[in-house]
Design a protein around this ligand. Structure first.
Ligand code: HEC
Length: 350
């Protein structure tokens, strides 16, 4: 009797392989059906972002994997559950159960390249819904800045990573893709990091130190980054300025954020620096003739110049000590509009 009970207990929990396969199969088919019913009209039947719905902004393609709202499974599930406010992406918290939403999140993740979505806890550092700042050692960039033990690396949910050298206060590189991996390089020189994204910009000689400050007579000041703070979707860097004698002559803040132009994030750095009363600070001249202007209420607020490869410089006439660097190679009307909107919004916020 006991034997019988035991063997029944051992056998009962194991479903027959055929039943197991059938239930897996139907679960998969259900998810595909759910996708077709709830998502395909915007994101396309095959996930290419080309649905039949008429939208004021395109739905994401899931095929290339670039997630703007966080590269973790949790972040994707969050987009599905709560939607993306201010965009046509609806919330499914009411329409679908948690199991269905989780299955759909996994379903769309599986459409993209392997490895775009990471799980925190591995050595890989993930970014969820707000920017993230990491300090550590970054490797040399071939043909660019050298290995930097005092790096400050800022990652944004839209997949952009900015790499600074803290003691020089220079932006050395920009990457797009995944964020960082912690590497074991033998424990020398701080916490070793490995950028995982694709290098899209590196500091070169033609950049003309446009993000540095000078004294009144044009001598470069040392700009050292003291701290970094995440504020909403942006990041603020605090820096001090010292002259060649090591005298502290001023300081300031750099604000990092993005404006969106046709659905593409364009990086924007606004540097605000202040000198001592007897030692005003300035910025190195951006070379070349203006390629455009930024107008506010029909008046020129700033001329636009190039600061080398793919970066535009705006110096505001009415605001001494403020310089904005924009990571774009052309100054278009759409970009001007987006920059203006972001500046006005900032003013209102104050
Ligand atoms: C009415 C149109 C519409 C429907 C229906 C819709 N989406 Fe979206 N979805 C969008 C748009 C538009 C965006 C892009 C928002 C943006 O980036 O501006 C988006 C973005 C997303 C994102 C975020 C991608 C990222 O970049 O991080 C996910 C995930 C997503 N959708 C999943 C789904 C799933 C799963 C469904 C079905 C359950 C669904 N969507 C249904 C329009 C839609």
């Amino acid at each position: 009797m006991l034997d019988l009970l035991l063997s029944a207990a051992l056998v009962a929990p194991l479903p027959a392989p055929a039943a197991l396969l059938a239930s897996r199969e139907s679960a998969r088919l259900d998810t595909a059906a759910l996708y077709a019913e709830h998502c395909a009209k915007c994101h396309g039947t095959n996930g290419d972002g080309k649905g039949t719905a008429d939208l004021d902004r395109p739905a994401r393609s899931f095929l290339d994997g670039g997630y703007s709202y966080g590269n973790t499974r949790k972040a994707v599930l969050r987009s599905v559950t709560y939607g993306i406010p201010g965009t046509p992406m609806p919330a499914f918290a009411e329409t679908l159960g948690e199991e269905e939403r989780t299955a759909l999140a996994d379903f769309v993740i599986a459409m993209g390249p392997k490895g775009t979505v990471v799980e925190p806890g591995a050595s890989q550092i993930a970014i969820e819904d707000v920017p993230r700042v990491v300090h550590g050692m970054m490797p040399a960039i071939p043909g660019g800045p050298s290995r930097e033990p005092r790096s400050l690396v800022v990652g944004f949910p839209n997949g952009t990573t900015l790499r600074y050298a803290r003691t020089r206060g220079t932006l050395d590189a920009v990457y797009v893709g995944q964020f960082l991996d912690r590497r074991d390089w033998g424990g020398r020189g701080g916490s070793p990091l490995e950028p995982l994204g694709t290098l899209t910009w590196k500091r070169g000689e033609d950049f003309a130190n446009a993000d540095q400050c000078t004294s009144k007579d044009g001598k470069l000041l040392a700009r050292s980054i003291r701290g970094a703070h995440v504020i909403g979707q942006g990041v603020r860097l605090d820096f001090t300025l010292t002259d060649a004698d090591g005298q502290r002559v001023g300081g300031g803040q750099e604000f990092l954020g993005f404006v969106e132009v046709n659905g593409i994030p364009v990086g924007m750095r606004t540097i605000v620096s202040v000198g001592r009363a007897d030692a005003p600070v300035d910025y190195p001249d951006a070379a070349g003739d203006p390629i455009g202007t930024l107008e506010v209420d029909g008046e020129v607020a700033s001329e636009v110049r190039r600061a080398g490869d793919g970066v535009l410089v705006l110096d505001f006439r009415a605001a001494r000590g403020v310089r904005t660097l924009i990571h774009a190679s052309e100054w278009t009307e759409a970009l001007a509009e987006a920059v203006l909107a972001s500046l006005l919004q900032k003013k209102e916020g104050n």
